[in-house]
Design a protein around this ligand. Structure first.
Ligand code: SF4
Length: 214
């Protein structure tokens, strides 16, 4: 059994946080286990909870389209996961303690997949992985070094925000997906060096204050 498969079977039985009580299925994640691009969203919605797969509703359709049109990638070529693996009731925001309880699964997924680029969808995934309280509108539009292996984070909006926000948000997402593609094909810096990036997040500290769009 691969490391990812073992981790998935652990997640499927997980009751570490109260979200276990309301889920239909655990949505562990899926995709290419050695993907250069890993996509990280917030948490499962209703369709995802029912099917046990990430991004299978309308947001997923938009994600697939942007991957294909702007990054030149099919869904099967990337790995897709969420910050929390079980659906928060009524699609509410995941609580900091739920995120903390689930974080080891995401960290292990990232370590096993070792992607070149992590595309974070929305405020939650971006704030968690960049350890910042800055909003997604300020964070997107650049790349950030991630880990010691020359990987980068490319933040963008959550597809649900684009479905609500219309063409202007989609246009910014398109630019971010192009940025992810460029980062994917650029030479990986030697281990232990930092990758090119914009300015670091303006604030650091405890997670997830504020309520701006996903
Ligand atoms: S959200 Fe994560 S930590 Fe909470 S029960 Fe589900 S798998 Fe476990």
């Amino acid at each position: 059994m691969s490391g990812l498969a073992e981790l998935a079977s652990t997640a499927l039985a997980c009751t570490r946080c109260p979200l276990a009580g309301g889920r239909t299925t655990v949505v562990f994640g899926e995709g290419e286990p050695h993907a250069g691009l890993m996509v990280v969203g917030e948490g499962p919605g209703r369709e995802e909870d029912l099917q046990g797969r990430p991004f299978v509703g309308r947001s997923g359709q938009l994600l697939d389209r942007l991957l294909a049109e702007e990054a030149g990638l099919e869904r099967a070529e990337v790995y897709i996961a969420n910050v929390v693996k079980c659906r928060p009731p009524d699609n509410r925001d995941p609580l900091p303690e739920e995120i903390a309880a689930c974080r080891p699964f995401l960290d292990r997924q990232v370590a096993l997949i070792a992607p070149r680029v992590v595309l974070t969808l929305g405020r939650f995934a971006t704030q968690v992985l960049l350890d910042t309280t800055e909003g997604i509108t300020r964070l997107r539009g650049r790349t950030y070094p991630f880990g010691a292996g020359g990987a980068v984070i490319v933040p963008t909006f959550h597809p649900a925000a684009a479905l609500r926000g219309g063409g202007a948000v989609v246009a910014q997402m398109r630019a971010d997906f192009v940025r992810a593609r460029q980062a994917l094909t650029s030479p990986r810096p030697p281990a232990g060096t930092t990758a090119p990036s914009g300015p670091p997040p303006a604030t650091q500290g405890s997670l997830l204050s504020g309520s701006q769009g996903r």
